[in-house]
Design a protein around this ligand. Sequence first.
Ligand code: OGA
Ligand code: NI
Length: 367
Amino acid sequence: MAPVPISSLKVGHLDDIQELSKNQPTTVPDRYIRDESERPTHVSATSPQSSSMQIPVIDLSKLVEGNEDQSQTELSKLASACEEWGFFQVVNHGIHLELLESIEKITMEFFNLPLEEKQKYPMPPGTIQGYGHAFVFSEDQKLDWCNMLALGVEPYYIRNPKLWPTEPVGFSETLETYSTNIRKVCQNLLGFIAMSLGLKQDMFNEMFGVAVQAVRMNYYPPCSRPDLVLGLSPHSDGSALTVLQQGKGSPVGLQILKDNTWVPVQPVPNALVINIGDTIEVLTNGKYKSVEHRAVTHKEKDRLSIVTFYAPSYEIELFPLPELVDENSPILYRRYNHGEYSRHYVTNKLQGKKTLDFAKIQNNVSS
Ligand code: OGA
Ligand code: NI
């Protein structure tokens, strides 16, 4: 397919935010300035309130190879992490540090390429593969202070090989190895998440068929007015599970909405940040929630995140599992096809948890 000239986008010309920030402008273009209510309110990373609000840390090695006691304790930690936070960090996940470092290095090399080189992989409008601005559908929509490279990875047929960068050399191979490793972590975690719900361990993995896996690399340049912009708009993820790797030395940027407060996620060295996506929320009838999150920017520092979305095969039908529906937990979601939901997700702007209204049973839409 011929590359889509940027000027043909319905949304008009989009500046490349990274180029823009190179000149260190002191004013921010209007399209990035959020309405008052959406602006990040400053939460100090060292304030007592935020340090006592830490997302849980799960030791995967204790689940995989710990003794009976250790694995039971870790499993109940996992259950409460999923139920109360929808987010947790995983340590001892089994992925070699060198691999985490090499994907980070090669991703940064990509973002540091000249703009013309990156524009060889333009994101066609209405899709979320390639380099550019995802989820932009109108002229008046506010833009995120972020550059993205998004790629479908598995199964093979979802790939658009023309969008896989040939530079930097080794990019595809590194992404391939990284994705294989992350896939195992996802399958492992889904097993333990099923167990934490009292379901059989392979419940989700069997149900998902050949799981869909996609990656989104987010580069957030520094912004002279981090108080006015968002790196990434509030949203929940349309996946079953999401695995986020933050660049070493990146400032705090990811925030999750807990009890109506934006709580910053403090990076734990070499840990992976995991969150529950919309699929698991539906399957568990809302017991494990897909929590709303966003990213904020920093005045001097840039930030990188490498995000993997792991989801069921598109042909799978999703519905709350009967094991998790009873008179105390009445059914909240209808039955739907996951492929249809994915299309709905990528053809709408990021808008908090609104996307999941697609599956909510009418009476509960306002709840
Ligand atoms: C995402 C996401 C947050 C971040 O890509 O879905 O939530 O910190 N990213 O980059
Ligand atoms: Ni997300």
